[in-house]
Design a protein. Structure first.
Length: 308
């Protein structure tokens, strides 16, 4: 029997999708990839495979889940299985440097960024960038390593302190700070490489912008938003950036993604993040009468029907 196989390492984030698949009566199997083994001499099962592996897996003690997922995806692709968000999507999920290269290849504006390996070059990179600037982790998710600095001296003190966050892949980004006239960013959601909706995200409380309920309810001091006010779906969002994003997704064989951008005081739209393990805020969706997970479930249902 052909099934949909969900590749992930976070049951809370995947639960809404499994509920949507249940509602449609779609047969599926939950592939929780944390530890295990892979016999390369055997062929994978038949079916459709959807990769939801997250860059922030190490924060949940799943340090090597992405590496395991990369091996599984290579195995699936070798056997020509239908994979949504295949190896290329995982590569972008795990590297903002790769994301910016993919965006810029399609003429999409990104903030100026300097990638630094190790602590030693951070001060020099910050001086080259000029203050104010932000730091972030290359392999991140959940706003890991994102801090705003008004001076190079502030960064020097941070790097020398016990509070310095070591990036899991050793790469810290020094990035141009985009001063927006209003404290919000826009996140555009795509399913099946088609635009679903855009959501306005309030950044007044900081940079942790994961829309999932699990993020919002974990700890108000870490993830302060507890209402749909932080996430508000924009009615009739229509901007040329939508087609730019679609072109980039098609070029990189990415099927499901949330892409974040910010508009500067001089009106330029900077794109700074591609989330191939996208989540949705249920409160905002309920208010707008939309469902990203239902859209994904229907996509998987159609993909499964196509190979059955």
């Amino acid at each position: 029997m052909h099934k949909v196989h969900i590749i992930h390492e976070n049951r809370e984030w995947s639960a809404p999708l499994l509920e949507a698949l249940d509602a449609l009566g779609v047969a599926y199997e939950d592939w929780f990839l944390d530890e295990g083994s892979l016999d390369l001499s055997k062929a994978p099962p038949e079916g459709v495979f959807y990769n939801r592996m997250s860059a922030s897996s190490h924060t949940r003690d799943h340090r090597f889940a992405p590496e395991y997922a990369a091996a599984v995806l290579a195995w699936l692709e070798r056997h020509e299985r239908r994979v949504l968000n295949p190896g290329r999507a995982l590569q972008l999920e795990l590297s903002k440097v790769a994301q910016y290269a993919a965006l810029e290849a399609e003429g999409i504006l990104t903030p100026r960024t300097i990638a630094v390996v190790g602590k030693g070059g951070l001060t020099k990179a910050a001086k080259e960038m000029g203050a104010p600037f932000i730091t972030k982790h290359n392999r991140a998710g959940k706003g890991l390593g994102v801090r705003l600095f008004q001076t190079v001296e502030e960064l020097e003190s941070y790097v020398a302190s016990d509070t310095f966050e070591e990036p899991i892949d050793g790469i810290t980004l020094i990035q141009q700070y985009i001063a927006a006239p209003e404290p919000f960013i826009t996140r555009c959601e795509f399913v099946g490489q088609e635009f679903v909706y855009a959501v306005r995200v309030d950044t007044s409380d900081g940079f942790l912008l994961c829309p999932a309920d699990e993020c919002q309810d974990e700890d108000a001091t870490v993830c302060p938003a507890t209402s749909a006010a932080k996430f508000e779906i924009i009615e009739d969002f229509d901007d040329a950036i939508i087609e730019d994003y679609r072109r980039m997704l098609i070029a990189n064989n990415i099927h499901v993604a949330g892409i974040e951008n910010i508009i500067s005081a001089d009106g330029k739209r900077y794109t700074y993040d591609i989330n191939t393990n996208t989540n949705y805020n249920p409160r905002a969706e309920h208010k707008a009468g939309k469902s990203g997970m239902e859209a994904i479930a229907r996509l998987l249902q159609a993909e499964l029907s196509a190979i059955a």
